[in-house]
Design a protein around this ligand. Structure first.
Ligand SMILES: Cc1cc2nc3c(=O)[nH]c(=O)nc-3n(C[C@H](O)[C@H](O)[C@H](O)COP(=O)(O)OP(=O)(O)OC[C@H]3O[C@@H](n4cnc5c(N)ncnc54)[C@H](O)[C@@H]3O)c2cc1C
Length: 496
């Protein structure tokens, strides 16, 4: 083998994971004076995958992610490196709570709830969301023994065991599992909210443990809002520097796709970026790989990253045991309906970041973000932007509905739950088939098996993205960075 030959890297999938892998590996190759040809291959006619912002009549419409957790800093660092750090915005001031829909009414999430665990007695005792029986059952957490082992279990299992069915079904599941469009009874607690299991092991009682966490934090900053990632999460800033610092959730003025366009611009001069190009398979060629494209051409790779959804990776890779492991990651199909209004037509004040809907309510809408209440940059003055979410794992029937019928259902439910009957200025339906990966019980163990199998069978091929080790955009960027380091190590190993 010619060790001095210019090396070739192929990255499959131009979502945020593939783009950030390309960005970091290009930097690393330059820093280590490694000559490499980097090719990023994207099936669709645009980069960004789920990170997709639309603009219409002064509204900024996020079709996929709308924000990111401020404590996950990989995206902040990336935006700063790209020169767009000043575009980072915090949530609007004065929006400090969200609601849960229950029997046609919106009830405030009781103050003090952290990761589905009550830490303030008065709001918990007075909430109408839980019956007296349910409250007494939740208090049993204070005396119940801890689980004797650290094996993985479902989020639902752990919370039902500690706090009872009602707290799980009425409050915790819509908030926590809602982030994954998932079912609490099948999501792995270790892969989604490991802090809950750690808290039980350390303090026995979740209530006692979370109370300690709340007291150790800055007052008011991280109680109710800390549990509601971004479907209806709340913060306390409005985009100025000081409020960006205080906000739990951040976004980008002009939309998150700004990160994608800046990455694309930065990368286009140094790597080969192919759009409208679908990969159909990968095969071995000695120590290297052949990447087969749908158009009949082939690329050669010394190392490669597959940053497509897991079910696509399962089709591309030639090894049956790897494909089988990849198929253990199911995806939920989701949709969202965006509705734009004139404030004067709506007539009610939207003083929160939105609401979530428990599964038992049997609604089409699973959550609704009051986008313009939360993010000042998303609607022109005097206007309102809402985003209603539809579909979750095991409850995906609505994707058969026409756009017209879907909008009709959503508007009817918003009228019943929020009292909005006004005619929207416009609506937009976004369909995202197989979009939300489900980290089922045992997920982390299976990810380790997957890494081990790949290292054995296809050394130099790495998998990353929302389906594997964190669904948030910052997690995907971190995975991209980690895979860039692996690619570099592989190229260095091949050169010696
Ligand atoms: C509705 C929704 C809301 C969300 N909200 C948030 C949020 O607010 N905050 C947050 O942090 N995260 C959120 N997420 C999660 C986050 O957006 C995703 O986890 C992340 O964008 C996934 O990025 P990715 O690059 O791993 O995958 P993707 O975005 O799925 O990109 C994969 C790419 O691979 C391409 N591809 C597929 N097959 C092939 C092939 N054969 N050949 C070549 N290319 C191929 C696809 O076209 C796509 O561009 C949300 C997700 C959804 C769906």
């Amino acid at each position: 083998m010619d060790k001095q030959r210019r090396k070739q890297i192929v990255i499959a999938g131009g979502g945020i994971t593939g783009l950030s892998t390309a960005y970091y590996v290009e930097q690393l190759c330059r820093a280590h004076a490694i000559e490499a040809e980097i090719v990023l291959v994207e099936k669709s006619d645009r980069f960004g995958g789920h990170v997709h912002t639309g603009k219409k009549d002064g509204f900024v419409i996020e079709r996929g992610p709308d924000s990111f957790l401020a404590r996950k800093t990989s995206i902040i660092e990336l935006m700063q490196e790209l020169g767009i750090g000043d575009d980072i915005v915090g949530t609007r001031s004065g929006i400090s709570h969200s609601y849960i829909a229950y029997r046609n009414q919106l009830h405030p999430i009781p103050d003090g709830f952290m990761l589905g665990v009550p830490t303030k007695w008065k709001p918990f005792i007075t909430t109408k969301l839980i019956s007296v029986r349910g409250k007494v059952r939740a208090a049993a957490d204070l005396v119940l023994p801890r689980k004797s082992n650290m094996e993985d279990e479902s989020l639902g299992q752990l919370l039902r065991r500690r706090l009872g069915d009602e707290v799980l079904e009425q409050i915790a599941e819509p908030l926590l599992a809602g982030i994954y469009a998932g079912n609490a009874d099948s999501l792995s607690v270790q892969a989604t909210f490991p802090m809950l299991q750690e808290t039980e092991q350390k303090h026995r009682s979740l209530i006692v443990g979370m109370l300690g966490v709340r007291k150790s934090r800055v007052p008011k900053q991280a109680t109710q809002s800390s549990q509601t990632a971004n479907k209806s999460g709340s913060g306390n800033g409005d985009g100025s520097t000081s409020t960006v610092k205080k906000s739990m959730f951040l976004s980008a003025r002009g939309g998150l796709e700004g990160v994608v366009t800046h990455l694309e611009k930065t990368l286009s001069s140094s790597i080969n970026m192919m759009k409208n190009t679908e990969i159909s398979g990968v095969t071995h060629e000695g120590e290297r790989y052949v990447v087969h494209l749908h158009n009949g051409t082939k690329l050669h790779a010394d190392a490669m990253v597959i940053a497509t959804p897991a079910h696509v990776a399962a089709r591309l890779l030639p090894d049956e045991s790897i494909s089988k492991l990849l198929h253990t990651i199911p995806y939920a199909s989701v949709m969202n309906v965006v509705l734009a209004y004139r404030q004067q037509d709506v007539g009610i004040s939207l003083d929160a970041s939105g609401f979530v809907v428990p599964r038992k309510e049997g609604r089409t809408v699973t959550a609704c973000t009051w986008t313009s209440s939360k993010w000042a940059h998303t609607a022109p003055e005097g206007h309102i932007l809402l985003r209603a979410y539809v579909g979750k794992y095991g409850q995906e029937n609505e994707d058969q509905l026409s756009d017209e019928k879907l909008v009709h259902h959503v508007r009817r439910e918003l009228e019943e739950m929020m009292g909005i009957s006004a005619e929207p200025i416009f609506t937009e339906v976004n369909r995202l088939p197989d979009a939300m990966p489900q980290y089922k019980v045992g997920h982390l163990e299976r990810m380790q098996e997957l890494d081990d199998a790949l290292a054995n069978v296809m050394p130099g091929v790495y998998l990353g993205g929302g389906g594997y080790r964190g669904i948030g955009v910052p997690d995907c960027i971190s995975q991209g960075k980690a895979m860039a380091n692996k690619l570099l190590t592989r190229l260095i190993d091949m050169s010696v």
